[in-house]
Unconditional design. Structure first.
Length: 203
């Protein structure tokens, strides 16, 4: 069990589905949308402190929500998983090359989603899968555990292999690459953004 204790799939707003950045590409990401359950809220606070409260200048869509007394601004998570072409528990140059490919796919995706949200006046950030640290927020040095997050949000399982904790996907096993985006925004804004993405193969 993760350090976040029991999973809470009742936090799910949009269940996992395969998407891709554009129709011409073939790099699919499984992503879903969730409110932050209490155990993950504590971890979020440790990683980001109150960075999301300092974002922007109270202009744009976010300010209009606040001015209207709208309580729809929520802390949300978009966990993503990619199906690897190799079992990532293995070792070798080809495994490292596959990890690099998966990393680049997520960094492009995470940057795109966060730029879209920030342009609307909402805070967003994504986790660097290599370091476990936020990509955008400064002065944050607490590492986020992707494996624990996936256990908590999606009820995926994990096992220990030496000093590492290995995530297992219900369909792909350990050939999976997890990474997460966080946002402080109305859920319907993120839902619309995710639904605007082309469906991945097999969706």
């Amino acid at each position: 069990m993760s350090r976040f204790q029991a999973s809470d799939t009742s936090s799910t707003l949009v269940p996992p589905r395969l998407v891709r950045m554009d129709k011409s590409g073939n790099d699919d990401l499984e992503c879903s949308l969730h409110f932050l359950p209490k155990p993950l809220m504590r971890e979020f606070s440790h990683v980001f402190n109150d960075q999301y409260l300092k974002f922007g200048d109270n202009s744009g869509d976010a300010a209009m929500s606040d001015a209207a007394g709208d309580s729809t601004l929520r802390l949300l998570a978009i966990p993503t998983n990619q199906r690897a072409r190799e079992d990532l528990v293995a070792v070798g140059d080809h495994i490292e090359q596959e990890k690099d490919r998966l990393l680049n796919v997520f960094l492009t995706f995470g940057k795109h989603i966060c730029e879209q949200l920030r342009a609307k006046g909402f805070w967003a950030d994504y986790i660097d899968p290599c370091s476990g640290l936020p990509m955008i927020s400064l002065n944050c040095n607490k590492v986020y555990s992707e494996v624990d997050g996936m256990e908590c949000l999606l009820n995926y399982t994990a096992y220990n292999a030496g000093f590492c904790k290995i995530l297992t996907h219900p369909k792909w096993g350990s050939a999976v690459y997890p990474a997460t985006i966080f946002a402080h925004a109305p859920a319907d804004v993120l839902q619309s953004l995710l639904e605007s993405l082309p469906a991945g193969a097999g969706s």
